[in-house]
Design a protein around this ligand. Sequence first.
Ligand SMILES: *[C@@H]1O[C@H](CO)[C@@H](O)[C@H](O)[C@H]1NC(C)=O
Ligand SMILES: *[C@@H]1O[C@H](CO)[C@@H](O)[C@H](O)[C@H]1NC(C)=O
Ligand SMILES: *[C@@H]1O[C@H](CO)[C@@H](O)[C@H](O)[C@H]1NC(C)=O
Length: 356
Amino acid sequence: MSLQMGWTRLSFLLSHWVVYVKMSIYCQWSGYHDFPADEPSEYDLSMEKTEKGFHTSMHIPSVLCKHIVGKKGETRRRIEHETKTQISIPGPGIEGETVVSGREQEWIASACTRLELISSDARKRLPATHFMSVPLATPAFQEAFCTFQRDVLSNCSECRGMDSTIFQRPHRLHLTLCVLTLLSPHEVEQAVAHLNATAPLIRDIVGDEPLSVSICGVEYMNDDPAMVDILYGKVHTKDGSDRLQQLANGLVSHFSNTVFLKKDYEQVKLHLTLLNTTFRKKVVQGADSKTSKVEERRGFKDRESFDACKILKLYAEHPFGEMVLNEVHISERHTASADKYYTCTASVPLLEPQTE
Ligand SMILES: *[C@@H]1O[C@H](CO)[C@@H](O)[C@H](O)[C@H]1NC(C)=O
Ligand SMILES: *[C@@H]1O[C@H](CO)[C@@H](O)[C@H](O)[C@H]1NC(C)=O
Ligand SMILES: *[C@@H]1O[C@H](CO)[C@@H](O)[C@H](O)[C@H]1NC(C)=O
């Protein structure tokens, strides 16, 4: 009898310890300690007591739910069976909460872990939807870029693969800090809140001193200058400090506690894309020459590189101009706003508004 009691107590303690450990791992993972308590985390695992045990809810984007349901509901049934829980998922195409209920908290926690794993796996296979950008499309810079484009096309016309369609569009010039996958309005809202919460970090790094950059020279990242897919503009801070790099690293690492970052970034490679062969549009000659049409190639598989040797030589020190960085955006991919820059989902200023 007393042995039985002892065992029950032990397993009780053990199971609570497991929940405790799980929760603290979860809290570290979600960066819970770094943020004020009202900062939402991706999956809020707070348990609520019910008559028959406990339940908790998670916001799993609708596009990921089908992976949790599985073929004919198989996956969900298996998890329910193995973790002794009930999982209720919003219907197809409906954004809402997935509710997990069961008698014991650790059963629920274990089901949630499974759901998170399946979701994050499925998420990785989806294309990014947003990116964090620093807009650079000032009128002066757009003009300098157009001049550069005209000069390159006239001076490097003989370079293999050189074409006007592989140039970035001037009104879209930007620095990319990182790419994000935001799959529901709820996730967009969380990302916006996350961006809002970077204000103190920005204040620490930028302070009262405007972040001025000069764009000078061009570079590429792969090994062979004769087979380049992307040509970048080099970004330098005016004061020679590494504030911009610090800011980029800080902003991105602020998101590294979320599931939204498309990949892990150790050090953000700041890049200003000037030419990108994924933009290439090809004129395909039809059987008779009148039916030629412009074929837009999307995707990376059949991209055709260009020979950048001459550009790299001619424009190694090319000055594009200087500017003060004003804001950081969460931008939506493949969109355009009225000013033809990417649609801004949210932004934070890099300089505090002057208050008298
Ligand atoms: C390239 O061609 C332009 C004419 O479009 C010319 O003005 C310029 O000096 C040439 N050289 C460079 C390095 O751009
Ligand atoms: C983010 O900040 C903006 C501007 O201060 C505010 O309007 C918005 O409600 C905030 N959004 C979130 C989700 O915190
Ligand atoms: C090149 O363009 C493609 C298609 O728009 C985009 O997905 C990719 O991120 C771009 N690459 C860079 C380095 O700008």
